[in-house]
Design a protein around this ligand. Sequence first.
Ligand code: NAP
Length: 313
Amino acid sequence: MAKHSKVLIIGSGPAGYTAAIYTARAMLEPIMVQGTQPGGQLTITTDVENYPGFGDVIQGPWLMEQMQQQAKSVGTDIITDMIKSVDFSKRPFTAVGDSGDTYTADSIIISTGAQARWLGIDSEMKFSGFGVSACATCDGFFFKDKEVIVVGGGNSAVEEALYLTGMASKVYLVHRRDTLRAEKILQDRLFAHAKIECIWNSQIEEIVGDDNPKNVTGVKLKSTVDGAITEMKIDGVFVAIGHDPATGIFKGQVEMDNENYIITKPDSTVTSVEGVYAAGDVKDKTYRQAVTAAGMGCMAALEAEKYLAGKKF
Ligand code: NAP
């Protein structure tokens, strides 16, 4: 089946939904292809205190449901499918979904976001889902009264560690340096928490565990100072070391930087292909906030609208 739209939005985080709201209200009848994780990264967070407009603390999944509802109610056609390839070399642009459906469009807004980064050691994959996770909100429940490690030193790692104190008996934050890059307010909360202990200058060398039933029992830690290996008993490992942009399908189609983030013109969402725009974490490694992603979604919609107004399709 082939579907044509003036604007095709690929990806459904704050950037995508905002682009959908603006283009729908501009009567451009956008189609949004949601991907496998509708709502994106905010669907695996809990409290959101920094998205303006809410006097009380709100929940990430709830915020994304609201955005989706708003995009739908102003006229966005939201489709559950996963785009697996695109062709931006000829017009109309085409995108093919996992479903086998083809989407053609006069303009494209890319808002596929970013994905969790893994340590890249064999044992991590072996125990993924069996004591190793990249999402405390999803899997923390399974570690009630157990001891866990969170790896990383950024906002995500600190937030995951704080969240896990709600169920785990002890949370170790393992970081490869001796200072965190997380915001000061989060660091203060972390250091003040009785259940949290930081293990500095250390990296996980190996995750060890049982095969039957498969579960994590410990880790081997390597000192980043002198290479010394220490063993430690632990029930779970949460990896929170950042994200990679979800740009695999756009390789060779739009210009990207050496970290595979889509390059856009300064102060805009315009990519190297006229009529193709990129908004949110897929092009932003500086701010990476829901509110900045939403702002970029708005910019992309306005830029697409202007582009379409100047063309006859
Ligand atoms: P991040 O800021 O990039 O931090 C990644 C952390 O993981 C760093 O501490 C890094 O160590 C460490 N790391 C990276 N690769 C590693 C490896 N292979 N082995 C061990 N450690 C490794 O990522 P993030 O915490 O996911 O945050 C991403 C962005 O989202 C940031 O801009 C952040 O401010 C934002 N964010 C905001 C909020 C909020 O406002 N509430 C919440 C979450 C995220 P080094 O420090 O040594 O490089």
